[in-house]
Ligand binder design. Structure first.
Ligand code: MSP
Length: 767
């Protein structure tokens, strides 16, 4: 087992206040750090803020303060939020700290001394918002964000990135775990293979940065400055580099997918050039979407974690502010790690948050703990009873087998960063224990048993449930540390932070343990919680800045028609699934859908899509900076526009005219995901209908599909299909269908399932 673990989050820009996108990465890092520590591994968890650059200089100017004052304020907000949420970072680095600035200058000097930095010049257009050199004629808007560009003509220092094409490719091959997940790895490899150009690593047109040593009119390029934080925070380049020697190389850089190439191309190239070891792994996660697009300040669609802390905190009016915050933080942590498949984009909404909280925490885990512990209170005076060894209780002995399996399966999923599956495993256990209590009803006096026999049975049942709760609690501690800590104390086991959680054995709970004081864990949330959070968010969020003309324009809402469309498509699926449905009914529905689509799009004028990325970049230009930057790096070939995918069963239509288009927002309302069929069987008395169980990555859904005439159940097992995941459930032949499979509908009504030619992960979203 490794004896140390060093993990980092990106350091966040201080031009915007933290929102739950930033919180997401930091929460995941915290959960990983807590698990590593609970396994006895010496762990160092670094986060911080990225404070230099032209964008921040200008934000400060508009706020009427110095860049340093501006950075101090926003950086403190990040740190205060992490503290409110109880995040256990070991160090918080700021790029304006002297310890960082000195070491970055040392790194720059080292790269120059080793012959990897030289002087050159550049003239071209620059987009300050994106901190990006763009290929556009003078006066033209930024091809990425549509904002005006500025002409810059500068003498710059350049880093010989081109020299690292081959070494990087060799490194990726020799260390397949360096870039994860696989899709990102492929993307980075393709990018490097397409050719690397030298990179400008200094600027002279503004001052807010770290001066180039020996040539102070230049400031060091912000990405070189920022990436170096991962070693400067450990003391590299200073007199005291003990931490660097102990913890470097990093075991894990956690990043959002938009900055994977900075971390997997520039960063390893800088390190190679400096002769320093490379990190073991860079893992990119997906974006948190709100209202179906990436949560970000400039889109004005952010949700702040503070809103959730306050919204949930109100469920515990008698608790202190600090307790309320930790309680709310757990609700958010659980939601993000359970609901979002790590690596893929995931949607956030207050409704979904409250629903997940109620079903899994209040009704699931919380309810199980409270019913078990209160029965131990009632029947055993609050002392964990001695279990009988007769094995007479239904199912009791099967936990001895199931629980070690669940522990192993949780560990395997969690350590592979498949957090949602890890939690699914634990919650299956919660449900099993709950079912066990209900089946054995320890509160009932069984006919023909003496009081003494009944008490022995109860002892067995309640010991089993309490022991299962202990194990569940130890497993979920990294994800919901505050709640787990409270359950641990209620179990009479003291402070979970000092407990040995790495040796979890069935029957490790000592009978005779006196329970702690019992108190409610997860009060139920209701509509009011949702309303409160929505109102708080509106109150606290300043209106979104005016969107640039070419970007992010939203068309007027078309809710009634869109929902009509949803219900018609839904109805069509039901009709086609029913073997008894008349063809005329199906055709009628198809026509109604076509008509509604025409009504919906006819009244709508789409803004020009601004996603035309920068064309071939100038040689040696710096990369995009900023939360909304292009996802292509300089030198990347322009990507062709992605074709639309995932057509819901619908008749072939004539080619659409220009006005017969729906907006991207409409399309984004349909949540299409990759699912894998696990179970397929015929539905009695329905010739066309199959009952499927489909794995969506985060959960398994029952879906009824009218495809029995085209596919045998056996041929479908293991097949990856496209699922419409956000359809309201409906009943067919008395069975609930939760989602819809996407298929082409051929002449004569024969469906052909949509699929993939390349490997795709289960749960991946289609966009
Ligand atoms: N300062 C750079 C990173 C330098 S690291 C050497 C930066 N900062 S940022 O403030 O824009 O933060 C980006 C990171 O915040 C993302 O990579 C991701 O970790 C997190 N997120 C910000 N918005 C997010 C979402 N909407 N969804 C998920 N994560 C997001 O880039």
């Amino acid at each position: 087992m490794p004896d140390k673990f060093y993990l980092t989050t990106p350091i966040y820009y201080v031009n915007a206040r933290p929102h739950i996108g930033h919180t997401y990465t930091t929460i995941v890092a915290d959960a990983i750090a807590r698990r590593q520590r609970s396994l006895g591994i010496d762990t160092w968890f670094l986060t911080g803020t990225d404070e230099h650059g032209q964008k921040i200089e200008r934000s400060a100017e508009s706020a009427g303060c110095t860049p340093q004052e501006f950075a101090d304020k926003v950086s403190a907000e990040f740190r205060a939020l992490w503290d409110r949420m109880g995040l256990t970072y070991n160090d918080f680095i700021r790029t304006t700290e002297p310890r960082h600035q000195r070491a970055v200058q040392n790194l720059f000097a080292l790269l120059r001394d080793r012959g990897f930095i030289y002087k050159g010049s550049y003239t071209g257009q620059y987009c300050v918002f994106d901190e990006l050199y763009v290929e556009a004629p003078p006066g033209a808007p930024c091809p990425d964000c549509g904002r005006p560009t500025e002409t810059v003509s500068e003498e710059n220092y350049f880093f010989k990135l081109s020299a690292f094409e081959r070494p990087l490719l060799e490194y990726y091959t020799a260390h397949p775990e360096f870039i994860r997940p696989e899709t990102r790895r492929n993307e980075v490899i393709a990018f490097v293979k397409s050719g690397l150009r030298d990179l400008s690593v200094s600027r002279t047109s503004f001052n807010w940065g770290i001066p180039v040593p020996g040539d102070e009119k230049h400031v060091i390029y912000v990405w070189l400055d920022a990436l170096a934080n991962y070693i400067t925070a450990l003391g590299w380049g200073s007199d005291d580099d003990a931490k660097y020697r102990k913890f470097w190389p990093a075991d894990l850089h956690l990043v959002g997918k938009e900055i994977i190439r900075f971390h997997c191309v520039y960063w390893p190239a800088f390190l190679m050039a400096a002769g320093l070891p490379l990190p073991h792994s860079v893992h990119a996660h997906g974006w948190l979407l709100f209202e179906e697009s990436k949560m970000s300040k400039s889109r004005g669609n952010i949700v702040r974690a503070e809103t959730i802390l306050e919204g949930f905190g109100a469920l515990k009016p008698d608790a202190s502010k600090a307790e309320q915050d930790l309680f709310g933080a757990d609700a958010l942590r659980y939601f993000l790690m359970r609901e979002v498949v790590f690596g893929q984009d995931g949607s956030f909404s207050f409704d979904a948050l409250v629903q997940r909280y109620n079903s899994d925490l209040a009704n699931g885990y919380g309810n199980l703990v409270s019913r078990t512990l209160s029965m131990i209170g009632r029947y055993f005076d609050g002392v964990v009873p001695y279990p009988a060894s007769s094995g007479s209780v239904v199912q009791a002995h099967s936990f001895a087998v199931e629980i070690p399996r669940a522990i192993a399966s949780f560990a395997a999923s969690f350590d592979a960063f498949d957090f949602s599956r890890a939690l699914e495993t634990v919650w299956a256990l919660v449900a099993a224990v709950d079912g066990y209590l209900t089946a054995n009803a320890p509160w009932k006096q069984l006919e023909g048993t003496t009081d003494e026999q009944q008490q022995a049975l109860r002892a067995d049942i309640l010991y089993t449930a309490a022991e299962a709760i202990r194990i569940v609690t130890a497993l979920v501690y990294p994800v919901i540390p505050d709640a787990a800590g409270r359950v641990w104390t209620q179990l009479g086991l003291g402070d979970i932070r000092t407990a040995d959680l790495k040796n979890l054995h069935w029957r490790g709970l000592n009978p005779g343990t006196k329970l702690g004081e019992l108190s409610p864990l997860f009060p139920r949330a209701d509509k009011e919680t949702i309303t409160r959070m929505s109102e708080l968010e509106q109150k606290n969020t300043p209106p979104a800045p005016a969107a640039p003309e070419l970007k992010n324009q939203k068309s007027a809402p078309q809710e009634p028609r869109i929902s009509k469309l949803h219900s018609l498509v839904d109805g069509l699926a039901v009709a086609m699934a029913e073997s008894t449905t008349e063809t005329s009914v199906v055709v009628g529905l198809e026509n109604a859908i076509a008509e509604t689509v025409r009504e919906t799009v006819g009244s709508r004028k789409e803004p020009r899509d601004a996603a035309q990325k920068a064309a071939a970049p100038p040689a040696a230009r710096p990369a995009a900076r900023g939360p909304e930057e292009a996802t292509t790096l300089p030198g990347a070939p322009a990507l062709p526009a992605a074709p639309a995918t995932g057509t819901v069963v619908a008749p072939a239509a004539p080619p659409a005219s220009a006005s017969d288009k729906i907006s991207i927002d409409d399309f984004a309302k349909v949540e299409l995901r990759v699912g894998q069929i696990k179970v397929a069987e015929r539905v009695p008395k329905a010739d066309k209908l199959l009952r499927l169980e489909v794995d969506l990555g985060t959960e398994t859904r029952q879906i009824l599909a009218g495809i029995a005439e085209a596919y045998t159940p056996e041929s479908l097992i293991g097949r990856k299909v496209v699922i419409v995941a956000n359809l309201a459930p409906r009943k067919l032949r008395g069975l609930e269908s939760n989602g819809m499979i996407v298929a082409a509908s051929l002449e004569g009504g024969r469906p052909v399932l949509a699929g993939f030619l390349e490997e795709v992960p289960v749960g991946a979203r289609l966009k």
